[in-house]
Design a protein around this ligand. Sequence first.
Ligand code: C2E
Ligand code: CA
Ligand code: CA
Length: 536
Amino acid sequence: MERRMSEKEFVDSFDRALEQGHIFVVYQPQINHSTGRMIGAEALMRWRDPEFGLQYPADFIPALERNDLIYRADLYVFEKVCIFQQKCLGSPVSPVPVSFNISRYDIFEKDYVDAIEEIRKKYRVPVRFLRAEITESSAIGGMEVISEVLRKLHEYGYMVEMDDFGSGYSSLNILKDLEVDVIKLDMDFFRGEVGGRGGVIISSMVQLTKWLHTPVIAEGVETMEQAEFMKSIGCNYIQGYLYSKPLEEGDFIRKLAQLEHEPEMNSMEMAESMHAEKFWNPDSMETLIFNDFVGAAAIFSYSDGQIDIQRVNKKYIKEIGMNLTAQDFVTMNPWTYVSAEGRRAYKSVIQKAIKTGEEQKVDTWRTFESRCCGEDKICIRSTIRLIGRAETQYLFYAMIQNVTAEKKRFIELFDSEKIFQHAFDQANVFAWEYIYATKQMHPCFRCMRELHLPPVVENYPDSLIEIGIFPSDYADEYRGWIKKLEEGAESIEGIIPLTVGRIPFHVRYTNEFDENGKPLKAYGSATLVVDGEKEG
Ligand code: C2E
Ligand code: CA
Ligand code: CA
């Protein structure tokens, strides 16, 4: 008798289903719609009961989740995928990367990532043939756990896809906090709405992913019309019935042999002209993105050397922090508060952005005058990108960051000249000072820029050990150095591999003492080890 099984029946027959292969894996190809090549496949769990027939994932997945069985089921699927990939690698049919689903319950198992890693190693499948799919719902109840899982997956080299993006759970915020490598948009959420509201949402979402340089796979694509629509907005990667239903192993192998493969996924090219008009519509998705998702940003037009600010978002106003209103920005002539030197620099990056179409960065000092705060000089880092053009007028999107504190600190340091005496004359020198009393480290500007450090690093060196600037196997030795310096060593030096890339650096410290001979601070520098200097 074929029928849907109850939750209890799923639970009771679970062990037997694993042992006897009633639970198995099917593969759904993912295709580049422009080239017809296969870019990957998704592994999907199936359950065929000998008595009750094929069951729906929509029934058994939630049942397994509620009964703490999904973890075992997912590891089982992962193992089957590895076995399959190993088989392909040893056969004339080369594999494509296969995505596997991670339930939001899996991530609460402490050793999930290590468990899959062990399986992968057992079958010697290169990590590039496996892609992890996480869902937005994994973030329910906090970002910590999912962030940690993501970090670990990346550390082991897995590409990570955001499944069901746009299904609702505050998508945009999640994307900002989780650096996924691929986004999957499910057409099901926009079913029957091509060209209508659904179309607008999809194209805005895709637009957003362009800014993030993240490739998109459209899922659930059933018709040529949908595929062509996705292509028209720059999304070529497609998974859906249009190309193929999920296939059992044998059929999937035939598909693998039949189609060319395209294992690299690229983010989409920037569209020639963005739908700028949507930015003016307060109800549009663009406005939502502009206000809530992106950081401090402005849209400005550029024509004949003149800049016109069209629009600034709330975070922009906050970042400038001068008690000015959006209206103030739009009506001011922006050049008047930028120094002549700043204007030249800004114009030159605008020219470069127009020429290359690529993002450009520039720091400029600006003098603002506001009703409450009087006159103040602040330094703004702008990252600009061309988003549209019409004859001689260009439309730009600018993200800004107030870097005044960073710059002031840099100038102070420069004045004091202590840190930078030698550092700036040499290539590849990183310099910093460490203050014993506060456990604070003050990095040089280069450290800040290249290692993304803040102007003041607290709890040194542990905070940098934690983020991997000092590899963990060198952590104790490094802590030992700091201790010796604190105890009064004049200087200390040696070769240490730095950053997760383990690049060998010659690290030197010299101590500064107070009038009583007590250590006050240490000056550190790190220079790239040149050939011949490497540790034996
Ligand atoms: P999902 O991860 O979003 O998987 C895609 C679903 O869309 C699959 O449903 C697939 O068969 C279906 N689909 C593919 N192309 C089309 C199409 O053109 N039109 C329509 N209407 N649907 C299409 P499926 O296999 O029923 O799986 C449902 C959900 O069950 C999955 O959604 C996933 O959330 C979960 N699931 C499946 N396998 C696993 C697994 O191994 N582990 C975990 N944790 N969850 C799984
Ligand atoms: Ca999925
Ligand atoms: Ca999906």
